[in-house]
Design a protein around this ligand. Structure first.
Ligand code: MOS
Length: 726
């Protein structure tokens, strides 16, 4: 089905206290905590793998004059060394996945310049250190601010890079109250628990990659292009994944190298990126410079909104951070302007990282709103309420649902917002205490997805799709949907994901995973229900499914008795007209309380609350986990996370988790998230919306606004480390 019509009443509506929505424990949780759920690097499906270690460039710009791998080739256990001088021929770059070792040119620090394959991991690592390289260095460009004048209008992706409505400049100039501020956000890195890893093995001209990847079908197509194979000759398997956040939306060098090397040596090869290699050798979130201008009347009614963003990526790629896209849909104002500009630098590839666009865009914009509220002497919630739009202000279509105001009101009540004082006015011992808030909004996309279900003769149900679970709870919510739709208990449902042999699925990305994959499963189960009703001689409309049975007005039957040799059904979901005729976002509001040490400038989060809406909640527990995980990510963005670029050498100064500071337990004392009831009948048949990225959107801005409220100091350069606070 496609989403061309709003969804009427469904079996999920009929049982609001049914399986869907319940805080069911993760069905694979036990496998994970007992170590029985293998990650890619640990799979034993391909026997006797050799170990590959990537060799990285030690300069950021220039070329390899000479590379001497003789010592590495002679080292104990070494089977094969690949450099640009002997790399196998490869096909074309597809999306952001390109051939490796194309030549002697170095485009960024940490670029792979070789692969050493050996009998053991230790031998490969030791030999990799023996590869000697003579470089010819060139001047590189590593500074976004310096590159701003030459920044280009990026190529259009989903939406145009620029937008305008009315006369921003005129209306801004004529506004009674004006704000014109610039915010900067640093390079960030995904820091997922499981680094990129692949084991590849060949049978004839078919390759199978056990890899850590969020979107298998897209990865299959990209790798097929690079390996110059038909897509059906490339199989990706990704059953359990230790976090993704965007760096695993597309295969990285580990996958390309493993496949190439395995073919050359005629034996499976496994390659992982080390934690250090993740920083330079994977993708990053770009740094941004963002200018926000707001013009309002004395009562805080916005007449003019402008949000301009500069970001950077490596030379030859088109990715840009869509920081200002969300601003197009956030608040009402007749005169508007958004612009994105892109600089090409000699730095590693930029790509999507959790809530690309909104995550850093709202770090700037939601603080600018706070600044305007202060200038006006208005409560920041009240400022937002006064500019609540009746429809999407730029697309000029209705919102499918929009409960930003109820989220702010509920959050304010629960958090004790009325205790907020004037900036710098509340003190608790040596701590200056402040409260801050910010809105959350994240686009809710739907992606094509398909699923198969099969009722087996023993009365169990097998669900298959090339969907992934990156730790978000996909296995669990799919089991809940299948259980609710068929009336089978969870223990009789088997969810098989993570294999391109299964029906094509949306994958985990862009907050579309649960809605898209779950909807495909819903449609498949709906068809299975129809087939079962027919077999049982029950009118489909009157059939109900519970306790492993189908029941109608006059008769009932056990599903196991109807299964015969098995009954199969398939389901498919696609976006339709409603995805254009309605503006679809998930919304929320963040509230943060911080303490700032009056002597040292140290910022400590004291408590935080997020109140969100995301359509139907599929699992109360995993939804909350998604929300608080996103919020913690936001706390990191506000206070600690920064990849520091050495502007002279083009290296990242910090490239491990000891120096790239993600929040730890001690940084998150009390944090909670909740959801207001909502159903979105324009979004998908589940009436759900995406939650994977909503929690990060605006979270850091609430923290930064709290720091301002505590101290009276406004810092516009993230993260808010103590050197800037003092
Ligand atoms: Mo996301 S940045 O689509 O994993």
């Amino acid at each position: 089905m496609d989403m061309s019509q709003p969804i009427g009443p469904t079996p999920l509506d009929a049982r609001p206290d049914g399986l869907v929505g319940r805080g069911v424990d993760r069905v694979e949780g036990r496998l994970k905590v007992t170590g029985a759920a293998p990650y890619a690097y640990e799979t034993r499906e391909l026997r006797n793998p050799a170990y590959g270690m990537i060799v990285e460039a030690a300069i950021a710009k220039g070329r390899i004059r000479a590379i001497d791998a003789a010592a590495a080739r002679r080292a104990p256990g070494v089977i094969y060394v690949m450099t640009h001088e002997n790399a196998p021929p490869q096909g074309k770059k597809k999306e952001q996945v390109g051939p490796v070792l194309r030549g002697p040119e170095i485009a960024h620090f940490g670029q792979p310049i070789g692969l050493v394959v050996a009998e053991t991991f230790e031998q490969a690592r030791a030999a990799a250190a023996l590869v000697a390289v003579d470089y010819e260095r060139a001047e590189g460009r590593f500074d976004l601010r310096a590159a701003m004048p030459g920044a280009i209008v990026p190529k259009q992706v989903a939406s145009p890079p620029d937008s305008s409505l009315g006369d921003f400049e005129g209306a801004f100039a004529a506004s009674a109250v004006k704000l014109d501020v610039a915010y900067t956000t640093p390079v960030q890195t995904h820091a997922m628990m499981e680094p990129h890893a692949t084991i590849a093995g060949w049978e004839g001209d078919r390759v199978t990659l056990y890899t850590s990847n969020q979107m298998l079908n897209r990865g299959q197509v990209s790798l097929a292009s690079v390996l110059d194979l038909p897509a059906e000759n490339v199989r990706l398997v990704s059953k359990y994944i230790g976090g993704g956040f965007g760096a695993k939306l597309q295969p990285q060098a580990d996958a390309v190298f493993a496949a190439l090397a395995a073919r050359v040596i005629g034996r499976p090869v496994k390659v992982a990126l080390s934690r250090q290699q993740e920083f330079h050798g994977s993708t990053r979130r770009t740094d941004t410079i963002q200018r926000v201008r707001l013009g309002s009347d004395a009562e805080g009614r916005l007449a003019a909104i402008a949000h301009e963003s500069w970001s950077d990526t490596t030379v030859g790629d088109d990715f840009y951070e869509t920081s200002a896209n969300v601003t197009r849909s956030l608040y009402a104002a007749p005169n508007r302007l958004t612009r994105h500009r892109l600089a090409h630098l000699d730095l590693p590839l930029s790509s999507a990282m959790r809530a690309p666009g909104e995550a850093v865009g709202m770090l700037a914009f939601e603080c600018a709103m706070d600044e305007l509220a202060e200038t006006l002497g208005l409560d920041p919630i009240e400022l937002r309420v006064r500019n609540e739009p009746s429809e999407d202000p730029e697309k000029k279509v209705p919102f499918s649902t929009r409960q930003l105001v109820p989220c702010m009101r509920e959050g304010a009540r629960r958090f004790g917002w009325e205790k907020r004082g004037a900036p710098g006015s509340i003190r608790d011992g040596r701590w200056l205490v402040g409260l801050g808030m910010a809105a959350a909004a994240r686009l809710n996309p739907l992606q094509p997805s398909s699923a198969s279900v099969r009722l087996e003769r023993d009365g169990t149900l097998t669900v298959r799709m090339a969907m992934t679970d990156i730790g978000t709870g996909t296995y669990t919510i799919l089991a809940q949907i299948a259980g609710e739709m068929t009336g089978l208990p969870l223990e009789r449902i088997r969810i098989e994901l993570g294999d391109t042999l299964y029906p094509k699925a949306a994958g985990s990305g862009g907050s579309w995973g649960a809605g898209s994959a779950g909807s495909a499963l819903y449609v498949a189960c709906d068809d299975l229900r129809r087939q079962l009703a027919e077999k049982a001689g029950i009118a489909p409309a009157s059939a109900s499914f519970a306790d492993g049975r189908i029941a109608g007005a006059e008769r009932s039957a056990a599903l196991a008795d109807l299964a015969g040799d098995g009954i199969e059904a398939r389901g498919e979901i696609k976006p339709g007209a409603l995805n254009k005729t309605y503006s679809q976002y998930s919304f929320g509001a963040h509230f943060a309380e911080v303490g700032v040490d009056a002597d040292t400038g140290e910022v400590r989060l004291r408590r935080m609350l997020g109140v969100f809406t995301g359509g139907r909640i599929l699992n109360a527990k995993t939804a909350r986990s998604q929300a608080i995980g996103g919020m913690i990510f936001g706390v990191g963005a506000a206070l600690t996370e920064e990849v520091v670029i050495d502007r002279r050498s083009g290296t990242f100064v910090n490239h491990d988790l000891a120096e790239y500071h993600v929040p730890v337990h001690a940084d998150i004392p009390s944090l909670d998230a909740m959801f207001l009831p909502e159903l979105d009948d324009k979004a998908n048949p589940l009436k759900s919306k995406g939650l994977g990225e909503l929690g990060i959107c605006g979270a850091g801005a609430a923290v930064a606004n709290a720091v301002h409220n505590a101290t009276g100091i406004r810092i516009r350069d993230y993260p808010l480390t103590l050197d800037k606070v003092l």
